[in-house]
Write a protein that binds this ligand. Structure first.
Ligand code: HCA
Ligand code: CU
Length: 398
């Protein structure tokens, strides 16, 4: 069953919850790197700000992420800790094994996502339900996010959410993964699905690619949203998310009068700012850093881009860092004309995942790096394009 709706405050308005994802989505920003120590300090500070959920990372993505998540799991915090996982059982178990009580599962069901996974609609629904049941059986509380929900038919969305409620999912979330939502679209969505899926049951995750994340968060709050995802300075893939500091200001207590919280906020912002490489950060608009995004974009850019970068004066960057995955790395190698076998790929991946501070996006930097890995790779061809623009049009449902 979905937990009861939040308590009402004195004015009678619902107290909207906040989920902070600085440590997970925030580190997916190009130009941002957190040490384990910084993550642990940030976790304490963000908790002191009174957020309801703290997303600690995607533990299966890299050994240092797992270690930071393990340390944060042991802290005495008020916020509910949540670990990110794909629908894979081993990723769900990785969250459970760290003693993190909540898992954040995510997957998409629109035509683009189905094509990507090679699944029919009904197989995708069944796979998601199986993962939710698997996580519940492990004793985890489960939040399920429909990835790319803003480009998903609202009937399909309502059906998926309805089915997962029957399976005992604890929270449901709606991701505007490429940042195309507007307050008007949200009002229309509310009209369509609000009676079957009340917004006070829903979390919202708004990306800021078109500068609309805060406006959308405010609209979702007005429509009764249960929880909004945010991050310090709005860090996240590409242009990131809603800024946590902006949403804290909108909470019932307002901006003033909360000394401890305000001190924690200033200290945390300082810490985050010192973790940013500004030269890279300023080029993040179409930078893809997580393995899931890289794999998606090299296959079909439209999956994680709201427009053709060239149309809006942007440039696609594929970021080589510890967040890259096996499939993304394989595609990236072939784009640059490098060859390897499975054993070489595994060795290279292990090396990259262990290089905590590695963050390369300029083609010549990446080629130089790969050339230095001659024990795993052979270079056959000169560098080829990364950053072309081949965006098949897809219909965006309102
Ligand atoms: C991602 C995708 C995600 C997932 C959000 C969530 C999105 O970074 O891989 O799980 O709540 O924007 O769709 O961040
Ligand atoms: Cu996101």
């Amino acid at each position: 069953m979905i937990a009861a709706v939040p308590a009402r405050d004195r004015e009678g308005t619902a107290t909207m919850e906040l989920l902070d994802t600085t440590l997970r989505e925030g580190e997916q920003s190009y130009g941002v790197f957190f040490t384990i120590e910084t993550k642990v300090r940030l976790a304490r500070l963000i908790d002191a700000m009174g957020v309801d959920f703290l997303e600690v990372g995607h533990p299966s993505a890299a050994p240092s992420i797992r270690q930071a998540a393990a340390e944060i799991a042991r802290l005495d915090l008020r916020a509910k800790r949540i670990g990110h996982a794909r629908l894979e059982p081993w990723e769900i178990r990785a969250v459970r094994e760290l003693g993190i009580p909540w898992v954040g599962l995510f997957s998409g069901i629109n035509a683009l996502c189905l094509k990507r996974y090679g699944l029919s609609r009904s197989d995708a629904f069944a796979r998601i339900a199986r993962a939710v049941i698997y996580a519940k059986d492990l004793g985890l509380s489960v939040r399920f996010t429909c990835e790319d929900a803003s480009r998903t038919d609202s009937g399909d969305l309502a059906e998926l959410y309805g089915r997962l409620r029957e399976k005992g999912v604890d929270r449901l979330s709606y991701a505007d993964t490429v940042g195309i939502d507007t307050p008007g679209r949200l009002t229309a969505l509310h009209r369509r699905i609000g009676s079957s899926i009340p917004f006070d049951r829903l979390h919202f995750h708004f990306h800021n690619d078109r500068g609309m994340a805060l406006a959308n968060a405010v609209k979702a709050e007005e429509l009764g949203a249960r929880c909004i995802d945010a991050s310090l300075l709005g860090l996240g893939e590409r242009m990131g998310l809603v800024r946590l500091e902006d949403l804290l200001c909108r909470r019932a207590e307002g901006c003033g009068g909360k000394d401890r919280r305000n001190r924690a906020l200033s200290e945390a912002i300082e810490l985050v700012a010192s973790s940013i490489d500004l030269r890279r950060f300023l080029q993040r608009r179409f930078a893809h850093k997580s393995g899931i995004h890289i794999h998606g974009v090299l296959d079909a850019p439209r999956l994680y881009e709201h427009a053709d970068p060239a149309q809006v004066g942007g440039r696609r960057l594929i970021v080589l860092s510890k967040l890259i995955g096996r499939s993304g790395l394989r595609l990236l190698l072939s784009q640059y004309g490098f060859r390897t076998n499975e054993a070489g790929l595994a060795r290279l991946l292990e090396r990259i995942k262990g290089e905590d501070r590695l963050e390369l996006a300029e083609p010549r930097e990446i080629i130089r790096y790969f050339e230095g890995c001659s024990e795993c790779l052979r270079h056959d061809a000169p560098a080829v394009r990364v950053g072309g623009s081949c965006l098949p049009e897809i219909a965006v449902p309102v």
